[in-house]
Design a protein around this ligand. Sequence first.
Ligand code: GCV
Length: 622
Amino acid sequence: MNATNDICRSWLPFLPGDPAETVRCAYDMARSELNIARESGMNLPQIILNLQEDMGESFRIAKTEDGYQVSGGEPGVLYGTYRLLMALYAKEKVVCGTTPCKPFYGLRMINCWDNAEGTVERGYAGMSLFFDGGRLSYDARRMRQLGRMLASVGLNVLCINNVNVHDPAHLLIEEEWLPELARLADLFRPFGVRLMLSIDYAQPIRHGIPTADPLDEAVQNWWKKQAEMVYRYVPDLAGFLVKADSEHRPGPFTYGRNHAQGANMLARALKPFGGWLVWRCFVYNCMQDWRDTQTDRPKAAYEHYAWLDGRFDDNVILQIKNGPYDFQVSEPVSPLLYAMPQTHLAVEVQLAQEYTGQQIDLYAMAPMWKELFRDLPAQKVMAVAAVSNLGRDWNFTGHPFAAVNLFTYGLMAWWPDCVEDSESLMRLWVKLTYRLSEEQENTLVDMLLNSRSIYAKYAANLGLGWMVYPHTHYGPNPGGYEFTPWGTYHKADRNGVGVDRSDKGTGYAQQYPEPFQSLYNDPAACPDELLLFFHRLSYDHVMKDGRTLIQRLYDDHFEGLAGAEHLAEQLATLDLPEPDAAEAHKRMQQQLHNAREWCDITNTFFHRYSGVEDARGRTIYP
Ligand code: GCV
């Protein structure tokens, strides 16, 4: 859809059009944004901007006689300005105080999985915003608009290319592409957003060096020289992101080296320029024989990394997916996040709805993050990263409501405690994005709040995962991953379902510290939403609520479908502007179809194995 004037349909409607092109720093951007808001008709009190360099990213909003004073450094003063504007527009209480508002996490990152030819791996919002036809290619106005959206919720690092570095994206760190990359960095700089690049671990081999062994001097020198060149063009680059020895990507294992040796070698090349080396821990055997019952994929990351604690340089950050598998609907927090107290860690979440409805089915993530942040060892994790849900679609996120995930992620990355109140965060997004009556606003908030549990009920209840079509990951295929090499098995048969990961099974639960170890080890204590992740149970197992496991499987699927139908009814009552209304309704039809397929196929699947009838006599197809 070509909706040039709508590219600013974001949560910042009071900032229409394009942010000022000539502005070079965050303080000037803040001044310019205030002017734009005034010109858009927003009735603003007097707002004084007070740049205090030493405040850095922090800001403080104080009440004055005629309005407000926003103090902050570069870019804190801009963050404070956006927060103030959002609060005033949404008619929310402006949080004033003497204590500066500081970000909890220093690096608040977005990881784009964009390929140089213009596609986006697991992208559900159109083609890449940054690449086309094998080169960097972007619309400067949209970049500024994106910078504005990211800064308004305090996000400060944007990794623009896929961690699977397919040719020719490796050229991003080569002289040929660096001038263009520098121009892109210039566009984001006034928003306090620094670029980051995914690199190919084996890149020296493209330059006539016969190896990528991290202990080889020629390899080390090549990376030092290359880093020096990259930083000459983009002096504030946040660093490199690396996927190594994972899903066929090259890495140090090829040379008999461990990941501390691999990561430190790259980190040392970045160190003189203040760059971070972000090393992903998504390492597991993706060529597993399904007959092999000794290997349990969720154990892999801990086994690869925990013993290396304390051996990483101080500018290395290990980036760990929130769960031990791979962004399934219900996973426990990765045990690796508790196991490396002497290492910088980042937690990685996924805004792209790969397993959570693909920006077709409604799935608002804040309630999920609430659980994550409740259980996360907060003091040990110093950064957060989210796989992007952005693309070239007119509204950046495909489904107009998917923007709520980017919005709430940013606020949560700034201050994780705020996800405690996911409802207020989502309500703020609704208020900023749409002009709805109070009743309709409540309806939309209710839809967002319930969307995750509705999706989980029809698509992946009780900790089950991977019952999807392999590769595409959309739609029900309960046996789809059972005999594949990916290590993703639920092992349903006539006796029961689930994997025993307790001390009597694979021992995965033993990777947790207390109290989690005992909680997960015991089926009577284990939370329902993780039950079949941790335990193998028979269909007549009696759940905490007194229902049998099989009845719970049936009930949840019927309830999930009914929930989706209710969402459709609720959507029909909303007066949304176009094209949001059309886009949301179109997707809702797909969601309804999807929910019905999940409900019928999964219930039939378990009925065929268990032979147990639904106690409530509902239709389960033979
Ligand atoms: C970028 C899963 C996804 C892949 C993704 C990978 C990763 O396997 O399906 O598309 O690759 O995770 O996080 O590296």
